[in-house]
Design a protein around this ligand. Structure first.
Ligand code: PMP
Length: 428
């Protein structure tokens, strides 16, 4: 495959956009080479500016759970746009999508819409701090909750030390209020609570981590976090930006039967438009302005186009109960296929999967936290990535990302992908 036009466009983009991209991982820095400039997409496929076709396993990093250019969503956006794209006033549509989301997700009474997952998590933490009148938070090494300051803290060793900013621009003052814990390590979490008695406002977690590859919670881990938070008067915040409306209608809360205090959404809830949201029981949500003292706002929050796309998406997910079962089956089929072909070739690898989130680490020992995720062989990953790209299979350009499976994938696509992986494994 040739990437001539993409290469030219990347040169032009670099002149006017830092690194040529509006979000860093798109630049292919971890794997090298030229990022693909995508011209259009339909169902499970991407088409780049050079006319190449790819089976897409990124799916806009999660939102396109029903495939690209999904007609009901596209039509809803077109019809809505004809009537005006933004008013800065309440609309009926916002109440409709809010009521629908609340009916699908366990344990939430009210929801507020924002324009990204970052905003959702940032606002959730401010709300938790306001509600508990405490300042510190616990986050897990390797979990990503968007790029607001409190979350951009070095993954470090995950020891019970204060965080250190890992981006210039994040002040030490901010970083000291973010405590780091190791994913799947309940003792570590308990120590942090012990040494910061009555100071921790919230613990935020990706209930299935998707930003260090896919890492599921160990059995009982989420339940233990629930217990520890309740005992210590801290709020449990589930960042369901990836898992929400993907692992089940009610996300990870439903799948694992654990209730969080605040839940953050993004990706699927916007049907491919810029949407995030956070939700909780009434007592907590009423702390938000204009009812309560915690300020939070947005010119384009609840934007009509975004709400039209999200509403249509949620309606389909709500009405077709078989979607999540189909996603499970397709992803399990893919997992089995990859397992077979990589084993045949005696590769060192670990596959982690929950529902339609799956990742392949090139290391044979179990991957259950950030440290073990970092053991993967990056050189092998790079070759694997480019080998697949050449064969028309587009996976995330970093070993630390999850693949997102879409319902638009056919078994023919999955078989093609497994064969491509087999061929790449032989070449490796
Ligand atoms: N939380 C999680 C779990 C995410 O995966 C992401 C983005 N990948 C975010 C928050 C931030 O969302 P956004 O990029 O929409 O700001």
């Amino acid at each position: 495959m040739e990437y001539k036009r993409s290469s030219e466009l990347f040169v032009e983009a670099n002149k006017v956009i830092p690194g040529g991209v509006n979000s860093p991982v798109r630049a292919f820095k971890a794997v090298g080479g030229t990022p693909l400039f995508i011209k259009e997409a339909k169902e499970a496929y991407l088409y780049d500016e050079d006319g190449n076709k790819y089976i897409d396993y990124i799916n806009s990093w999660g939102p396109m759970i029903l495939g690209h250019a999904y007609e009901p969503v596209v039509n809803a956006v077109i019809e809505r746009a004809k009537k005006g794209t933004s008013f800065g006033t309440p609309t009926e549509l916002e109440t409709k999508i809010a009521a629908l989301a609340i009916s699908m997700v366990p344990n939430i009474d009210k929801i507020r819409f924002v324009s990204s997952g970052t905003e959702a998590c940032m606002s959730a933490i401010r709300l938790a701090r306001g509600f508990t009148r405490r300042e510190k938070i616990i986050k897990f090494s390797g979990c990503y909750h968007g790029h607001s300051d409190s979350f951009l803290i070095a993954a470090g060793s995950g020891a019970s030390t204060f965080g250190v900013p890992n981006s210039p621009g994040v002040t030490e003052g901010t970083a000291k209020d973010t405590l780091l814990a190791n994913y799947n390590d309940i003792d570590n979490v308990k120590q942090l609570f012990e040494s910061n008695k009555n100071e921790i406002a919230a613990l935020i977690i990706e209930p299935v981590a998707g930003n260090m590859g896919c890492i599921p919670p160990k059995k009982g881990f989420l339940e233990q976090l629930r217990e520890v938070c309740s005992e210590n008067g801290a709020l449990l915040v589930f960042d369901e930006v990836m898992t929400g409306f993907r692992l089940a209608k009610g996300g990870a809360q439903e799948l694992y039967g654990v209730d969080a205090d605040i839940v953050c959404f993004g990706k699927v809830i916007g049907g491919g438009l810029p949407v995030g949201a956070f939700a909780a029981r009434e007592e907590i949500m009423n702390y938000l302005s204009p009812l309560g003292p915690v300020y939070q706002a947005g010119t384009l929050s609840g934007n009509p186009l975004a709400m039209a796309a999200g509403y249509e998406m949620l309606k389909v997910l709500n009405e077709d109960n078989a979607i999540f079962q189909r996603l499970e089956e397709k992803t399990a089929y893919l997992e089995k296929g990859i397992n077979e072909v990589l084993s045949e070739n005696k590769m060192d690898f670990t596959i982690n999967r929950i529902g339609s989130m799956i990742s392949v680490h090139f290391d044979s020992s179990p991957v259950f936290d950030f440290e073990t995720a970092k053991n993967g062989d990056n050189e092998t990953f790079k070759k694997f990535f480019h080998g697949l790209l050449q064969k028309g299979v587009y996976i995330a350009p970093s070993a630390y990302e999850t693949w997102f499976i879409t319902d638009a994938l056919t078994y023919e696509d999955l078989n093609y992908t497994i064969k491509a992986i087999k061929d790449v494994a032989v070449e490796l």
